[in-house]
Design a protein around this ligand. Structure first.
Ligand code: KG4
Ligand code: ZN
Length: 341
């Protein structure tokens, strides 16, 4: 079965054609990052308008690259949330319209679940129970994966998502959006032990994450004790490298530590990691160095960031589990929990 996957939760207009949940026939990603750069983050209204202009041409491009005609598509999968309401409405209404016009079902999928599925794609079989780690610009989750589509929440962030913390620290250092890759690059030349930064601990919730205190420590290191976002930078270009390296070490160290501990505590047979921050090479080295007894699965490069292939892949499985698509009444959900029975 060919599934058309549509992703418009944030600032990527992405469409893919995937065969039987795993074979990627095309995966077109149009990033709007350059458009939002001057705002230091995603400007929701501009993102929605861009999606509106880009969606149809991106669908046409995905079909063409896959050498698949619209008549061969059996299902449309679309990210129904979590995400920005304007962008979500464009993708969901586009999927509903095509579903009526082509007379095929459509199914809404959870974008965060799809990030986990990205690490499972390209493998013919899955290992469960597994630990799922979602580390992206909008989300930070540890879950026990019981089956595709069935999760038990272990921990999440009580404030910033990890990618959001990278983006905000990058802004403080005067680096462009998205900040994650910029921090990783700068950190390569810095000393990770120079600043004693630490990620936060959440009282009575040992598996939860907190990055806002870490972000404030970085702010003070750059702009002086009690400095504000608007204050001027007080450190040299060389010091900036050490700030980037020390921040990255603290933030990724926290992810690694909790990932390793949770995989043992919850008796997991594999670890699946997804979301934009999974692109970070230093994170991969840090986790690999822990020599965990279970295998760690990372998404292929083009599946780390937001993409339509992970939406199509997960949509295929969910459709076959339930045997039906969603009704046209399906509404976008700006927030969705990952917990399912
Ligand atoms: O998964 P994604 O495309 O968006 C959401 O669903 O939120 O992830 C984007 C996030 C951004 O915050 C970006 O800075 C971060 O992933 N990111 C990285 C790296 N590449 C992307 N963070 C750290 N290191 C990287 N190499
Ligand atoms: Zn995402």
């Amino acid at each position: 079965m060919f599934v058309l996957g549509i992703e418009t939760t944030c600032d990527e207009t992405a469409v893919a054609v995937v065969e039987d949940g795993i074979h990627i026939r095309s995966n077109v990603i149009v990033s709007q990052a350059a458009l939002h750069r001057s705002f230091g983050g995603v400007y929701p209204e501009i993102a929605a308008r861009e999606h509106l202009d880009l969606l149809i041409p991106t669908i046409e491009q995905a079909l063409q690259q896959a050498s698949v005609t619209k008549k061969e598509i059996g299902l449309i999968a679309v990210a129904k949330g979590p995400g920005l309401i304007g962008p979500l409405l464009v993708g969901l209404n586009g999927a509903k319209t095509l579903s009526v016009a082509w007379n095929i079902p459509f199914i809404g999928v959870n974008h965060v679940e799809a990030h986990l599925y990205a690490a499972m794609m390209s493998h013919e079989s899955f290992l469960f129970p597994a630990l799922g780690v979602v580390i992206s610009g909008g989300h930070t989750f540890l879950v026990k994966i019981v089956d595709v589509g069935h999760y038990e929440l272990i921990g999440t962030t009580v404030d910033d998502a990890i990618g959001e913390a990278f983006d905000k620290v990058a802004t403080l250092l005067g680096l462009p959006y998205p900040g994650g890759p910029e921090i990783e690059k700068l950190a390569q030349e810095g000393n990770p032990e120079r600043f004693p930064f630490k990620a936060g601990k959440v009282k009575h919730h040992p598996w939860d994450f907190s990055f806002s205190g870490l972000k404030t420590s970085v702010l003070y290191a750059i702009k002086g004790q009690n400095g504000s976002k608007e204050s001027r930078v007080l450190i040299s270009e060389e010091d900036k490298k050490d700030v980037a390296a020390s921040f990255q070490e603290a933030a990724l160290g926290d992810i690694c530590h909790k990932t390793a501990a949770a995989s043992a505590t919850f008796d997991c047979q594999a670890i699946y990691i997804g979301g934009g921050v999974s692109q970070n090479k230093h994170l991969r080295e840090m986790l690999q160095a822990k020599n965990l007894p279970c295998s760690i699965y990372w998404p292929q490069k083009e599946l780390c960031l937001d993409n339509g292939a992970m939406i199509a892949g997960l949509g295929f499985h969910l459709f076959h589990q339930t045997g039906k698509g969603d009704p046209l009444e399906l509404e976008p959900q700006t927030r969705i929990s990952l917990t399912k029975s």
